[in-house]
Design a protein around this ligand. Structure first.
Ligand code: SF4
Length: 471
């Protein structure tokens, strides 16, 4: 018997409303390990790279790993993948929280969506019970409202909810998913993919247990890891970041993590967990706003609307820089004043982006299209693309070296990078011990390296093939 894994793949075709459960193939899982690796191999096997990312045929995949939801600290990750509407490349969004472990307890390692529902819907997974439910009444709600409404409807708080907000419904190319309204699955526009499939939310509850091949050895390894983390000299730094201290109500953590790195803020117009460094500085220093509390308010708003903080702040930051350099003026952007630090404009353009109104429609396409179109319009193409290019390139870069391989291993094992990677507490040797004790598969160093190389090759192949497709 294969331990660690949930044991099944769930396939949901939203067009035909067909739901299939497949048993996992142990050899396939050993090659994929899990999480990002599992999604990568699936896309290599089943994704038509030629398709328009917003077409019903695009895949939307959620993948977890063999140790997700186990006693190993911070192993609550998950990867959401598909052809990205933002980059037109294969895209992944990595997230943590509680959804992955719940999916595991429901007995699934991967959920694969295809097709497009006729009307707004959400997927309900409760162990073996899988149902596509109507979500017409939820369409238009923000992520908090939708999450509450679903939990109320189901009459239980035991469900984990991944929902999109108005940004995903309006196909903003960098829309994200909110897990229970707070943990965001950002990057690469996976929320936009849900919107394109008329899928408002995915809701899961499971009641089984994660089984381990060698529980005593596994537990001993986990205790060792816990001690390493607590003794690490960055432990205090991660759990007590200075900017958060003033506003912090309490620390929160993902499922079974001893770092508790999320700072739960409740203040006037603010309720959020985190925020990530990018989000915090994105809506403050990047836009010339000298006020961290405004950044916290903005992040609360972004989470409710279901829009990625990094990409949205990049589009606004680019326009502000172009204003400063005289490359754009108000006539190019619906009369808005993009002077550095103008918070009124930041709110105004975000609203327009989310609803795709006026010039917001262009901002909603992401930085690449925005810089190209505004450049042509203002006849300052070259200068604007010089500012935007490094950011666009960053979006499209994959797998370049050793760190990428280590990052990939973390993502396949669904481990949080703030923990095992940033603290350097888990190398390939330790990974081998955890995976072997957890699954019963002999995950030797050689096998892990071979699997990682296979996943890297799969991604290289997909990206090479995509480069040859005319955009
Ligand atoms: S380190 Fe933070 S983000 Fe990572 S698993 Fe722990 S609580 Fe979650």
């Amino acid at each position: 018997m294969l331990h660690g894994y949930g044991g099944r793949i769930l396939r949901v075709d939203l067009s035909s409303r067909r739901i299939l459960r497949e048993k996992i193939d142990p050899d396939y899982m050993a090659r994929a390990i899990g999480g990002r690796g599992l999604n990568s191999l699936r896309m290599l096997d089943e994704l038509d790279l030629n398709l328009d990312p917003l077409s019903p045929e695009n895949l939307l995949i959620m993948g977890i790993g063999p140790l997700t939801g186990s006693l190993l600290t911070s192993s609550a990750g998950m990867t959401i993948s598909g052809k990205s509407p933002l980059t037109n490349r294969v895209g992944n969004s990595i997230t943590s929280g509680f959804f992955g472990p719940e999916l595991k307890r429901a007995g699934y390692d991967q959920v694969i969506f295809t097709g497009k529902a006729k009307n707004p819907c959400y997927l309900l997974v409760a162990d073996d019970h899988v149902e596509i439910k109507d979500a017409t009444h939820l369409w238009g709600l923000d992520t908090w409202q939708a999450t509450s409404a679903i939990l109320k409807e189901l009459g239980s708080n035991l469900f984990q909810v991944a929902a999109i907000g108005p940004a995903g419904e309006n196909l903003v190319k960098f829309a994200n998913l909110a897990f229970n309204g707070f943990r965001m699955g950002g990057g690469n526009g996976m929320g936009c993919l849900l919107g394109s499939k008329n899928l408002k939310a995915i809701v899961v509850h499971g009641t089984s247990q994660v089984t381990l091949a060698k529980p005593l050895i596994f537990h001993a390894l986990c205790s060792e890891m816990d001690q390493k983390i607590i003794a690490h000299d960055t432990f205090d730094e991660i759990t007590k970041e200075t900017p958060a201290r003033a506003n912090q109500v309490k620390n929160k953590s993902c499922y079974n993590c001893n770092l508790n790195c999320f700072h739960y803020h409740v203040k006037e117009q603010v309720e959020l967990e985190g925020p990530e460094h990018d989000s915090l500085h994105g809506y403050s220093s990047r836009l010339g706003v000298d006020d961290l509390s405004s950044s916290l308010k903005m992040n609360t708003y972004l989470n409710k609307m279901g829009i990625d903080s990094l990409e949205s702040t990049q589009t606004i930051g680019l326009t502000m820089e172009c204003f400063q350099k005289g490359l754009l003026n108000r006539n190019d952007v619906d009369g808005l004043d993009f002077s550095l630090g103008n918070q009124k404009t930041v709110y105004a353009i975000l609203k327009k982006m989310i609803t795709r109104e006026g010039v917001g429609d262009l901002f909603a396409e992401g930085i690449s299209k925005l810089s190209e179109t505004l450049g042509k319009k203002s006849e300052n193409s070259l200068k604007i693309s010089e500012i935007a290019d490094p950011l666009v390139k960053k979006q499209k870069t994959f797998f370049t070296g050793q760190t990428d391989q280590q990052e990939l291993l973390m993502d396949c094992m669904t481990l949080c990078k703030k923990n095992e990677l940033a603290m350097d507490t888990l190398d390939i040797d330790a990974a081998s011990k955890f995976l072997t004790a957890g699954t019963g598969i002999d995950f030797t160093l050689k096998r892990i390296e071979k699997s990682l190389q296979g996943i890297i090759d799969a991604n290289k192949k997909m990206n090479t093939d995509l480069s040859s497709i005319k955009e």
